[in-house]
Design a protein around this ligand. Sequence first.
Ligand code: NAP
Ligand code: MG
Length: 500
Amino acid sequence: MEKTTAVLLDSRVEAFLQGGPKKLFIGGEFVESLSGRTFETVNPATGEAIITVYEADKEDVDRAVEAADRAYRDAWSKVTPSERGKMLWKLADLIEEHAEALAQLETLDNGKPIQETRHADIPLAIDHFRYYAGWATKIHGEVIDNSAGTSLFTYTRREPVGIVGQIIPWNFPLLMATWKLGAALATGNVVILKSAEQTPLSAIYLAELIQEAGFPEGVVNIITGNGPTAGAAIVQHSRIRKVAFTGSTEVGKTIMQQASGNLKRVSLELGGKSPNIIFPDADFSKAIPGALMGIFFNQGQVCCAGSRLFVHKKVFDNVLSDMTSYAAQLKQGPGLDESTQIGPLVSNEQFTRVSDYLQKGMEEGANPLTGGKPVEGNGYFIPPTIFAGVEDYMSIAREEIFGPVVAAMPFDDEEQIADIIRRANDSEYGLAAGVWTTDVRKAHKVAHALEAGTVWVNCYNALDAAVPFGGYKQSGFGREMGSYALELYTQVKSIWVNLD
Ligand code: NAP
Ligand code: MG
């Protein structure tokens, strides 16, 4: 008999999924939406509803702003940096204690393979909170010697922005919540966070852990609902001072316009069409798995996915043939099966969108070496697809597909790297890029010339809480992670004191 590889549901996940609808977390309590409206969240492996969730709207955002405002004035501003750090560390410990439950819930709601949630999403989330727990006690201003007058003493303070709105996507639901909350809380802000309608569950589970970690009520408010209603209410709210958004470039542009009402600070982490360049002197034992992981990790639903693959023409056929045979063997199935290597896309909407791109690629004359057709049946499965015969102008080479689809293109200059750099940079996006070569001079030259917020040399998709991440061009602005994210959530006050 074949050994079962299906994951046995953790009792904490079963308990979490009892009853319903799941509630909004506002002012330290789990509450129904004022309208009473709910929506279903769907298991992408089957297309069936998992549970219903309350749908927040403008009036719930107003309520969350009231709670956050009260928390800011009465509680959070009186909590010492050391205590803030301790709460963040405690939250990381709680996520660690609940790691398996969170991994399963995330996989159930998003579809991604359990091996990925266990080994990437959850550990990265834990590490992220620990990293920012350390920063809470290291935020400081400086004393500045001025030339305005000998008796005038000047110093700066780094103060929180106040009430912050955060809007996150569905591709790494818990991790994106973590990226948003870590820096904002370490620097003393209060937050209203909206999860994506497709994947609300891990954020609600996180709310329970936030409560247990001892954050004063109202410091973190988590709402579930739709972008054009609840999301827009956050973006337009006159008492919210900053909005941080991760998602599509299109919505990012709307957010920037709508945030102008009260001149909210805006930071945007948007889409990408990242070039991944393999030179003929690359170490192929690393470059080939790296290029595969660069596009197929999380079913290609990664903002920095290496979706434009440039391979030198001398090695193009060999590299593509190796990649194709590997991709064709990847085991696709439900995320809650331990042997699954590639899961379904998150939603029917994304399934249709990516299916349309497969069709468009073929109409434009590209040739799928593997994949190319959506999988029939239940769930939102798109097979790993490698397109050859791609030209730079084709839509599959220019537009963000956000699925397991790579556009592979040959290039032929080697020593004069100008041409490949021009092609790599010929994009409205600039989130990330990859370079594979064993020539250290070429590696750095190319890395410096690429218009991207992150360049990976002989690796791909490496991320760490300490290292900044964000976009050039229409991939957005502002840097999350590292010390850079502290800038997003603090404002500098200069203080002048006359000592005479
Ligand atoms: P999206 O619409 O940009 O969604 C991201 C978040 O923004 C969600 O929480 C969404 O709410 C919210 N939102 C949508 N419209 C809004 C508005 N007018 N005001 C305020 N918030 C709003 O992304 P999507 O529709 O899910 O995916 C479409 C494409 O976006 C993908 O195919 C991909 O190309 C790109 N994308 C990029 C990333 C990334 O990491 N850069 C992540 C996800 C998607 P709802 O939950 O109601 O949608
Ligand atoms: Mg949307």
